[in-house]
Design a protein around this ligand. Structure first.
Ligand SMILES: *Cc1c(COP(=O)(O)O)cnc(C)c1O
Length: 366
């Protein structure tokens, strides 16, 4: 007999990433495909990061620095927090996994929004804890009262994705404070700010600024995968009270962040010019695409991020398939509970034009 696998693990649906360009070439014979499905940086990686990676290649026979000393020191100075309050991960996904491993036991609960980033659910179920989902508003806004109402006495983690993936909606500073005030002491608040660099709404809650005056422990997650263009290297970080960092270091793999990721992230933090161009490219792209799509008579949801949802008024899976045949990879939101919505991220202006042309044809042809 095989060793038994828990019900909790068996209930996990494996994460389905955005379709890689190479896969589309293999399956559909499409040669010049574009991918606007994983919220990646349209401008590529930071040039300073690439140069740092080239220089570091000679040393990859050595184990990486398990403490990520240089990167932690740079982040500590930039964010004005103690190095003891920073944990670096193999992507922020790694830190999500450390949090659920360290703070959730079978029988505990974790609260998340629905829809939200799918990695929370996968990590929570891996720990054997119970997952409590709070549906967002019809307009996609977070329902803070419902979130607070869903927190029971076994709740240990509350995940708040701000801006939320896949909706693009943000929580205001006032709402965030209300959430903090209502949280029980035993529940840690995890705020995932993977897209914070793109936010234009001045009223959006920024947890790194708010944590100084908050009584409640907050874990802020940030990543180098989006605005910094380093998704393929896998590096993200968390800012948290030192006692939480101390707990995570116990469950963290000793060499969780590879050498190239460390030097690239450290260099990327100095590449302000690249970061600013990336943000500008995304803002221009989002505004242009949303105008074009609205003119086609389709509903776009507002966004504070580098992606947005479009209600295509019919099966999103079919639109996704038809777009593939035009060489454009987007994301169907069926798995997230929105069977008539697709998610697309801003690309280069040429990619955005191709997306709009393809969508126009796909919508017209059915
Ligand atoms: C892309 C994304 C991340 C980043 O994950 P990495 O593991 O750092 O690449 C984290 N959270 C959300 C909500 C995301 O969309």
């Amino acid at each position: 007999m095989n060793p038994p696998v828990s019900e909790s693990i068996l209930s996990i649906s494996p994460y389905k990433p955005g379709k890689p360009i190479e896969e589309l070439a293999r399956e559909y014979g499409v040669r010049d495909a574009i991918k606007l499905a994983s919220n990646e940086n349209p401008l590529g990686p930071s040039p300073k990061a690439m140069e740092a990676v080239r220089k570091a290649l000679d040393a990859v026979h050595r184990y990486p620095d398990g403490a990520c000393h240089e990167l932690v020191a740079k982040l500590s100075a930039k964010l004005a927090v103690s190095p003891r309050e920073i944990v670096i991960g193999n992507g922020s996904d790694d830190i999500i996994a450390m949090l659920t491993r360290a703070f959730l036991q079978p029988g505990d609960e974790a609260v998340i929004a629905d829809p939200t980033f799918l990695m929370y659910e996968i990590s929570i179920k891996t720990s054997g804890a119970r997952i409590v989902k709070v549906p967002v508003e019809e307009s996609l806004g977070m329902r803070i009262d419902a979130l607070l109402g869903a927190i029971g006495n076994r709740c240990r983690l509350v995940f708040l994705c701000n801006p939320n993936n896949p909706t693009g909606a943000v929580v205001s500073t006032g709402e965030f404070r209300r959430l903090l005030d209502g949280l029980p002491e035993e529940a840690l608040l995890v705020v995932d700010e993977a897209y914070m660099e793109f936010v234009r709404d001045p009223d959006c809650a920024r947890s790194l600024a708010l944590r100084a005056t908050a009584d409640h422990p907050i874990v802020t997650l940030r990543t180098f995968s989006k605005a910094y263009g380093l998704a393929g290297l896998r590096v993200g970080y968390g800012v948290m009270p030192a006692w939480v960092a101390d707990v995570l270091h116990r469950v963290r793999q000793p060499f969780n962040v590879n050498t190239l990721a460390q030097v690239a992230a450290t260099a990327a933090l100095d590449d302000r010019e690249f970061l600013e161009s990336s943000i500008r490219c995304v803002h221009e792209g989002i505004d242009w695409m949303q105008r074009q799509i609205a003119a086609m008579g389709l509903r776009c949801y507002p966004t504070q991020s580098n992606f947005f949802l479009i209600d295509v008024g019919k099966s999103a899976d079919e639109v996704f398939e038809a777009m593939l045949r035009h060489g454009v990879i987007v994301r169907s939101m069926r798995a997230y509970g929105y069977p008539a919505c697709i998610r697309v991220n801003a690309g280069t202006s040429r990619e955005n034009e191709r997306f709009v042309e393809a969508l126009r044809k796909v919508i017209a042809s059915s």
